[in-house]
Design a protein around this ligand. Structure first.
Ligand code: KIV
Ligand code: ZN
Length: 510
């Protein structure tokens, strides 16, 4: 079996999905889970693009020690210096530098000749190599590039010290057979290819990202770039969980496997979905709600007699465990503690006490506290910078009523309150918060997900809000979805306030 390396770009290409705005803590939470999942490289971000991205990459480089951490940089000195500044503290850092090699990109985007592009690529790799041993070079839009020109660029960057060469299908244009022969041709025509690893990075514009990546494995690729739940630019990247389970389940065909701990796939997928607010379609392979559900009687009968009749993978292999122990308001410390242990969540005593008191509040509102609820209790800790807190919320709405909301907020030891109308109860509540604080948030993205099935499921709301030019995310969880929305909006307000992006007007104090 060949070992294929998994290069995860959830925090870089994935974070470029429209409406996604993760803060440094959330990125770290995802990076820690990726390390647990066993990915080989985490592409933590694109440090030159913003201070927030730089800080996120640096934090991950400092804290996640068991996995290689990569940072993206265009092929220029400024980007490379900044990327290096962010990852130099990592245990195993990689600079990933990129320049486009297709005629379309060179001519219309870069306004450069092929010769100039070749020179910039070599200069970039030389500079990166002067800082770190591990240097990945990507030829953007490689699949639409001239194969001989690409091989020439690759030959030269190998001489300059590149350790990994990436062949992206940037616009998701290739087809599996075509991509496999392209990868083969580039490998055959590149001098020194045996000294480096070949990587592919496929986008999903035609729904072929996973198929193209797997075809490249057949052609000899060593590394697959992918994102959890397939998130990323436009239609996204190849989905990590699909690649991993295809290799795991059909190792007989591909003769290849990965080092991924498949039992962590479901948990990773859910965490990414919750923090990004990007919901997973129910029929999504591997991690969709229906991926292991059998509806028809004939199928159910078959699975009961012998699971392999209709199941090519066991749900437990991807971490879908049915736990029979029900936690509720009568559950004590010991049972809750034990369940956290079983889930592999280690909490220090003070952390456990904090989580346990939130567990009790939740158990008063909800009959059964599920595994997903437990994860949300751990994930949703109050943030240090939260200076504005919800005191009360009152909403009225109905078929023939104008939706109206009144909110009371605590800020600087004072209660601030106001009321206003909106297009719906959530809109009214958000407007009331803005009215109280004198802020002007523009809602860019709003997503509501039930944390688990069932009538009394908690709702988790993820918002992305624009204050001036700055995008900021927030999340809230409650059994009441309007309250969850308000908590999410307030978290975004608190984060914007903590970063000095907004000012709070102290009026209407009571
Ligand atoms: O899609 C792409 O070409 C990229 C590169 C930066 C690898 O994301
Ligand atoms: Zn990409």
């Amino acid at each position: 079996m060949r070992r294929i390396e998994i290069f995860d770009t959830t925090l870089r290409d994935g974070e470029q999905s429209p409406g996604v705005a993760l803060n440094a803590d959330e990125k770290l939470q995802i990076a820690r889970q990726l390390a647990k999942l066993g990915v080989n490289i985490i592409e933590a971000g694109f440090p030159i693009t913003s201070l927030g991205d730089f800080e996120g990459v640096r934090l991950i480089a400092q804290e996640v020690r068991t996995v290689s951490v990569a940072a993206l940089a265009r092929a220029n000195a400024h980007d490379i210096e900044r990327a290096w500044e962010a990852i130099s503290v990592a245990e195993s850092p990689r600079i990933h530098t990129v320049i486009a090699t297709s005629p379309i990109h060179m001519r219309y985007k870069l306004l450069k000749s092929p010769h100039e592009v070749l020179e910039l690529a070599v200069q970039a790799v030389t500079l990166a190599k002067s800082k770190v041993w591990d240097v990945e070079f990507s030829a953007e839009d490689a699949s639409r590039s001239d194969v001989d020109f690409l091989a020439k660029v690759f030959t030269e960057v190998i001489k300059a010290g590149a350790t990994v060469l990436n062949i992206p299908d940037t616009v998701g244009y290739s087809t599996p057979e075509e991509f496999a022969s392209f990868v083969r041709a580039v490998m055959e025509r590149t001098t020194g290819i045996e000294k480096v690893k070949i990587s592919v990075h496929c986008h999903n514009d035609l729904g072929l990202a996973v198929a193209n990546s797997l075809a490249a494995v057949g052609a000899g690729a060593h590394q697959l770039e992918c994102a959890v739940n397939g998130i990323g630019e436009r239609a996204g990247n190849a989905a990590l969980e699909e690649l991993v389970m295809a290799l795991h389940t059909r190792g007989d065909f591909y003769g290849a496997d990965t080092s991924i701990v498949t039992k962590e796939l479901t948990r990773t997928s859910q965490l990414v979905s919750r923090l990004t607010g990007m919901t997973i379609q129910p029929n999504k392979a591997i991690v969709g709600k229906n991926a292991f559900a059998h509806e028809s009687g004939i199928h159910q009968d078959g699975v009961l007699k012998e699971p392999s009749t209709y199941e090519i993978m066991l749900p437990s292999t991807v971490g879908l465990e049915m736990n029979s122990i029900v936690l509720g308001k009568h559950s004590g410390r010991h049972a809750v503690h034990q369940r956290f242990n079983e889930l592999g969540i280690d909490l220090e005593e003070s952390q456990f006490e904090e989580v346990f008191s939130r567990f009790k509040l939740l158990a008063d509102r909800k009959r059964e506290v599920t595994t997903a609820d437990l994860f949300s209790l751990v994930d949703l800790k109050a943030e240090k910078e939260d200076q504005i807190r919800l005191d009360y919320l009152q909403v009225s709405s109905g078929t023939h009523l104008t939706p109206t909301a009144t909110v009371g907020l605590m800020f600087n030891g004072q209660r601030l309150e106001d009321a206003t109308c909106g297009d719906g109860p959530v809109d009214a509540a958000f407007k009331a918060i803005d009215k109280v604080l004198g802020t002007e948030g523009k809602l860019i993205n709003y997503s509501l997900q039930a944390i688990d099935g069932g009538e009394d499921a908690q709702g988790e709301v993820t918002v992305t809000v624009k204050f001036g030019e700055n995008l900021v995310g927030g999340r809230g969880v409650s059994t009441d979805i309007i309250e969850a929305s308000v908590l999410g909006y307030l978290q975004a307000v608190n984060r914007a306030f903590g970063r000095g992006w907004i000012k709070i007007r102290e009026k209407n104090a009571s």
